[in-house]
Each structure stands twice: as structure tokens, then as C-alpha cells.
Write a protein that binds this ligand. Structure first.
Ligand code: CXF
Ligand code: ZN
Length: 372
């Protein structure tokens, strides 16, 4: 039996979010119906809203949901009604890549996360009698209720602050995972972070946890650099500074062990690459916009043992990594509340505007007043 729920619909590229009633199917095998308590907004939502990958509309986006399980589909054994869950990205847990412990690169990942449908092409939500693009990251969490999958839900304590934990599913996991899972940073090493938004600031908090000796933050906004310092950055640089890369190389005596591009711009990726030392690693986290983005690299610098690597979802397995971040938060070592600003679901367009104007780092929507 389908359930009437409320969802924020996008009808066109760059259109406003309009909250309306949609019909949500009953959970299929392996799925959970989750009553969404809160959802973060990630830049990827905005990039798809802007027409990335020729995404089709009408659509329901959102992929940093957290809430409470209401019912479960056939074959679900690890979750029960009443469980509190944080939702993350979908992986099939059966392909070769998943088998090698890399679910972020799951062979069914594109179909299960960014196609606007379930991996098998079906749509869990209908609007005005017709299917709508949904199941974004197997959730579409800009809604009061969603169908998630047992593979992308992570159980948390019943008393967990879901408004704070919702962004663990994507943005915070991506930044922190890059440092702790992908780079496996060790005490005494150096990191440069380009872009002090939610992803970059999570990387900075994680680098502090790892015992990094030097943590450099680069951003256009002086207030964000101030926050970066509060969270662990040892040095900050304004993005437009002349000779920025030279200044960073000087400060770090020849370059950093690791750098992260958290913006999605070719020129920033080039800067992040240019500040690595020989045998250093530059990680790309930022998602470029609709247009093809290309970067040129100096081959001599690359030959000197430098590595450039794309990193999805921090190379993390959410089933084990999200509990690690929850534990770090409980220990006061991952103070994500400093990055979050809550809004009522109805104010989704204001929250998006805050993100676009860079006045909020991580807006989180509270889905109050659901229909069941
Ligand atoms: C993104 C990362 C870049 C590719 C598309 C999905 N993940 C989450 O926001
Ligand atoms: Zn995301």
C-alpha cells in the first residue's frame, strides 16, 4: 500500500523546491521505510539541481537523511521498526569492488545513487499519478518519509541527535574519510585543504584527530578560515592571494604530504597538486559543475612520485566509518555542531539560498509534521 508523504519537488533545472504530497511505495525486498527526522543539504544536490549529468525532472533530491525505521521489506534482518538510522550512499555489497571493501566504487553505484531511480530502474515515488525521479542515493531525503536500502542505512543509538548526524552520510564522511581512510594520515604529517566548506572542514577536524603537524586551509572567505583555525587549522590563506602556491610551499619547506581539492574547479585542483611535495598525494573531492572540467599538469612534477587521486565518499564504508565518527563526536574530537544550521523543512529554499551565498556551511532540514 502506498503512503502519502510530503516531498520537496524540483520541476525544472534550477527551479524552486515545492513541497507537495507524493505517494511512497511500500518497501520492497531489502528496503526500509524511514520516517525522516532531518536531512543535510550537500553541494551535490545543488549540482544535480543545476542539471548535472542531464538529470531529469520532476525529481526529489536529498542524500543526507537520518530518521527512524517504520517498516521493513522482505529479507531485512538487521533493522526493525523504531531503529534510528543515518542514511548514506548505496552499494550492492555483492560486486567485486564491494567484495574488495570499496563500496564507494560499487559497480552498481551510479545506477543506485545518481540515476534518479532504484538500481533496477523503478521509481519509489509518484506525483500526481506519474513516477518522479527519486531514490537519489537510494533515499531522496528531501521528504518526510523515504525508502532506503539495508545496504545504505547505518544504525545509531536511539537517543542520537539525528539533526547533527544526518550529514555524516555524505559530506562529513567524505572529508574525514579522505584523511583517515584514504590517506591514512599519521602524526607529524602535513595537509593542505582547498575549500573550507563542510567537506574541507571535516577533513581538517580529521587531520587534527590523526595528529597532523601542519594543517593549512585555503578559502575565499575570511570567516571560514577563522572557523578552520578553531577546528584545527594551523595556517590559513585567502584563496585570491598572489603567489599562493609559492607561499604554501615556502611555509611547508617544499610542499605538503597531502592536499585536498574540495571545490570542484580545475584551477583549484591545479593549485592543490602544485603544493604537494615529491611523493605527496593530491586528492580530488570536489564535484565539477555541468560542463566538462579538465586540468593540465606539469609532467615533470608528476614524475617526482606525486600522485593525483579521485576520492568518492572518503573511500569509506559507512557501516564502519559512520560509527567511528559518532564515537569521535562523543569524545568531543569531531565537533560537527559548529558547522550546522537547522531549518524547518518548509524553509528549504532559504536553506539552499544560504548555501549558495555561502552564509551557511551545512544547512540541515528538520522534517516536522509528517503525515504518519
Ligand atoms: C558525489 C561525489 C562526486 C560524484 C557524484 C556523487 N557524492 C556525494 O555527494
Ligand atoms: Zn553529497
Amino acid at each position: 500500500m502506498a503512503l502519502p508523504v510530503r516531498a520537496a519537488l524540483l520541476q525544472t533545472v534550477m527551479g524552486p523546491f515545492v513541497i507537495d504530497e507524493v505517494e511512497l511505495e511500500s518497501p520492497r525486498a531489502g528496503e526500509l521505510r524511514v520516517r525522516v527526522t532531518a536531512s543535510g543539504i550537500c553541494h551535490t544536490d545543488l549540482t544535480y539541481r543545476a542539471g548535472a549529468a542531464r538529470f531529469a525532472f520532476p525529481a526529489v533530491l536529498g542524500h543526507e537523511g537520518a530518521g527512524v525505521v517504520e517498516t521493513v521489506g522482505e529479507g531485512v534482518t538487521d533493522f526493525a521498526p523504531g531503529d534510528a538510522v543515518v542514511l548514506s550512499f548505496f552499494s550492492c555489497r555483492a560486486c567485486g569492488t564491494c567484495g574488495r571493501g570499496q563500496p564507494a566504487y560499487c559497480e552498481r553505484g551510479p545506477a543506485g545513487n545518481v540515476s534518479g531511480a532504484r538500481p533496477d530502474g523503478s521509481f519509489p515515488m509518484r506525483w500526481r499519478g506519474a513516477p518522479v525521479r527519486s531514490s537519489f542515493f537510494h533515499q531522496s531525503s528531501f521528504a518526510t518519509h523515504v525508502l532506503a536500502h539495508q545496504h545504505n542505512a547505518v544504525k545509531v543509538d536511539a537517543s542520537a541527535p539525528l539533526e547533527l548526524f544526518a550529514p555524516l552520510g555524505c559530506g562529513f564522511q567524505t572529508g574525514a574519510g579522505a584523511v583517515l581512510e584514504s590517506f591514512r594520515m599519521e602524526p607529524g604529517q602535513q595537509l593542505a585543504v582547498f575549500g573550507a566548506g563542510a567537506v574541507g572542514l571535516a577533513a581538517i577536524m580529521a587531520a587534527k584527530v590523526a595528529g597532523a603537524a601542519t594543517i593549512l586551509a585555503v578559502d575565499l572567505d575570511a570567516r571560514r578560515l577563522e572557523l578552520a583555525r578553531e577546528l584545527g587549522a594551523t595556517d590559513t590563506f585567502l584563496a585570491g592571494e598572489p603567489d599562493l602556491t609559492k607561499a604554501i610551499r615556502q611555509r611547508t619547506r617544499g610542499g605538503v604530504d597531502f592536499s585536498l581539492e574540495c571545490v570542484g574547479l580545475p584551477q583549484v585542483l591545479r593549485q592543490a597538486f602544485d603544493v604537494t611535495r615529491p611523493r605527496g598525494t593530491c586528492g580530488l573531492l570536489g564535484l565539477p559543475g555541468r560542463d566538462a572540467a579538465e586540468v593540465t599538469l606539469p609532467m615533470h612534477a608528476l614524475l617526482a612520485g606525486r600522485k593525483l587521486v579521485g576520492i568518492l565518499e572518503g573511500d569509506a564504508d559507512p557501516k564502519s566509518f559512520i560509527p567511528k565518527l559518532v564515537a569521535l563526536h562523543a569524545a568531543g574530537r569531531f565537533p560537527l555542531e559548529k558547522l550546522i544550521r537547522c531549518h524547518d523543512f518548509e524553509a528549504i529554499n532559504d536553506a539552499v539560498h544560504e548555501m549558495e551565498t555561502r552564509t551557511a556551511i551545512k544547512p540541515v532540514l528538520r522534517m516536522q509534521g509528517g503525515t504518519s
